[in-house]
Design a protein around this ligand. Sequence first.
Ligand code: FAD
Ligand code: NAD
Length: 479
Amino acid sequence: MADKFDVIVIGAGPGGYVSAIRAAQMGLKAAVVEKWISEDGKPVFGGTCLNVGCIPSKALLEASHKFVEAKHDFDDMGIQAGDVSMDVKKMMARKDTIVKNLTGGVAGLLKGNGVTAIQGTGKVVSSKQVEVTDQDGKTTTYDADNIVVAAGSVPVEIPPTPLKEGLVVDSTGALEFQETPKRLGVIGAGIIGLELGSVWSRLGSEVTVLEAMDDFLPMVDGAIAKETQKLLKKQGLDIRLGARVTGSEVKGEEVVVKYTDAKGEQEMTFDKLIVCVGRKPYTQGVIADGVGIETDERGFIHVDDQCRTSVPSVYAIGDCVRGPMLAHKASEEGVMVADIIAGHKAEMNYDAIPNVIYTFPEVAWVGLTEQEAKSKGIEVKTGSFPFAASGRAMANNATEGQAKIIADAETDRVLGMHIVGQHAGEMVAQGVIALEFGSSAEDLALTCYAHPTMSEAVHEAALAVEGHAIHMVNRKKKK
Ligand code: FAD
Ligand code: NAD
């Protein structure tokens, strides 16, 4: 007879492992089922985020950025670094070590918190039962008072560009190149396209990004998106908007991509092609027929604001449900459902989830753009401050970008914060806290910021909302 649990979580990504740990901390008997398995047959925890997502991509972004600094920027500071070169294999090995340490760390956290880790593929077979098939095909059914589905997502594939190992790859393949491709094509100017495109461009690839939409980063405030596009172009990323990919052909070691744009049909040849046109929920086969859990036509599990599915004892969180596909969103949902299962009140503020694109400089935002606020009929006032006017940015050799605050014209409440600049991902936490606490722009303006810091730009942007920035001449505000 298999063990019975208070809660079984399916999937040990940042949604699932966090949920299981929190449930155990709340005194529940918790288990997590994970199908990912290492080459030596051991379960691998951490999901997309730790294995093929957030962490490995940031390891490559950091290494490639340091390479650019050493090669091009050190000289400005008087540092003679000599002939700088990149050992791509070593960079990859470092990334692999970080992943191994972190995924092993999660195994330790699960154990240390008393969570039972079960290797195998989980399937919800009834409102209170999970069937697990292990690597040898053996099936065990576990009873649980509650089930949390945290099955995550996988890359979307498109018919014009079928994958071909090592040549036409998704984001996972693009984290594995063992040498810098000369001509790199990227389909999709979304977050992955810009991050991975940046990695390889910094290491010397000629990168062309083909984006079907006419707008660049439409989810980011218009002024910040425009500046980001300009900065990335200056770095050498050839971003072609309104370019819809229609086909591809592998010719030996090259791939020829066909696309249409305003001028008609175009063709380009690449040494490698990354297809990063979005991700889709990984829910096929996770729920047995007849359990009564509703999914939509794309496979997202239907949930309410507290991640309850249509079956009361079953919850679903993270990338396999609505909302942004972000690790921290998945984790927060994991904590929320564990608390609810443990009998506590819990909710999430979906309006205060930060987003970061880890290009250089970083792009980070939370809340509404000026354009969104206006389209909702909200009258806004805004304040912006350029890093070019920041003493710390000058000292850091990072004067590109700006911070922008969008506030309600009537109440002064902060509605959004959008930043492009070095460490924008750290600075945006101030916007998250402002939104969580319902702060006014004046609250930020009246706060004492340490000097010299990049965050002073946020302070100055808050002051600029009323035309009172100190370290730039304010534009006259319309009365
Ligand atoms: P996942 O991390 O996908 O985990 C799901 C887990 O469930 C997997 O381990 C899977 O094997 C397991 N599983 C699935 N089905 C079953 C089953 N039937 N039985 C057992 N186990 C199962 N987000 C950020 O916030 N910041 C970033 O910087 C960032 N960078 C990214 C970079 C890249 C290249 C990619 C691809 C993604 C990135 N993301 C980033 C997105 C982030 O990785 C995801 O939003 C996050 O991992 C979602 O967490 P999750 O727990 O919902 O799912
Ligand atoms: P995305 O949705 O961010 O971008 C995909 C882009 O591809 C879109 O701009 C879309 O218009 C374009 N596109 C779609 N079909 C196309 C076609 N046929 N031709 C040309 N362009 C086309 O998706 P992504 O970059 O693949 O990332 C997937 C998810 O992973 C995102 O939702 C993101 O939240 C998450 N992620 C987050 C981070 C981070 O937080 N830093 C990093 C990487 C990934």
